[in-house]
Design a protein around this ligand. Sequence first.
Ligand code: OSB
Ligand code: MG
Length: 373
Amino acid sequence: MITGNNRIKRIERINVYIIKLPLVKPFETSFSVQREREAIIIELISEGISGWGESVTSADPFYSYETNFTTLNILKEYLLPILKELKNFSVYDFLNSSKRVRGYNMAKAAVENAILDLTAKLNSLPLYKLIGGNKKRIMSGISIGIKSNVGELIDSIEKAVEKKYHRIKIKIKKGKDVEIVKEVRKKFPDIKLMVDANSDYSLLDIETLKELDKYNLMMIEQPLYYYDIFEHSILQKELKTPICLDESIKNLSDVKAAIALGACKIINIKQGRVGGILSSREIARESTRNSIKVWSGGMLETGIGRAFNIHLQTLNDFTLPGDTSETKRYFKRDIVHPIVELDSEGYISIPENGDGIGVEVIRERLGKPILTI
Ligand code: OSB
Ligand code: MG
């Protein structure tokens, strides 16, 4: 388990890459249609060993106000210079020294992740052991985007059910909600099903959201605007279906506020959104202590970011299936191997191809660094 004793002498070199991977299929949410994953990848080198991290930001500020552009700026001007100054340091030293930079959780998480991968490798440990996880495999889940017609959606769900995904999430937005859920339920009365609105509704839509109570959904993810923690507490009192917060939760303080207000019953922890793996672990602990269930979300990450999500889910507090799907559902060609695949029971095994994140980065696919420090 990671302690302040897991120290790194110094970071000798830092490479930052930016890559674009086309998505196998466009991914439509209430806020955008995404056709490619543009990812910032960080490589930290110490004693000849590379630790890797990926920023979960995308090009546009539609999910979050952090974007690839803001991440690059914060990395270059603040976080990487802070990191370069540290000597004989632990991940906690980096987190403390970067506290002065307010916000930018996704940029901070990318660096924290790379430090954790490097720390694990320097200590010859797989990442999940370093962070105190102990599952041999984790559950899978799939997030299916908005489709142009219900038939297409039903086909996608059919395929996911065949693959044995442990739960299916469908994206909804205003006007593509109750009728669609009704059709899906008619076709699949028993599957574990949930919806994600990505903040498309307001309390004015309460009647529509209450209609969703009829369909035995595991949860409704982020129905209201991203900063509406209080409004979610009003909505939760009107709904039988649990609310799951995603965009609204950026740190432990948000979790405490959500719990105190009764704003949700479930939290989608995206490690990038909350500032990294260690913050996620704290949030998961606090949630469990307060009978709030958690799961790990995804941001269409490449195999690097996905590996962190998988290791995170080996912690016992992650009791619900997350948004971790097979690689080939996102990309034809990922930047790591091995790729993520489901076993015959729909589980995902923990990558252990070497220490740390346990996946090997295919360097040729990264191209040249856009920044070297
Ligand atoms: O809201 O969970 C979300 C993807 C991009 C941005 C936001 C979200 C998502 C997903 C897909 O739902 C999760 C994944 O499969 O990685
Ligand atoms: Mg979501």
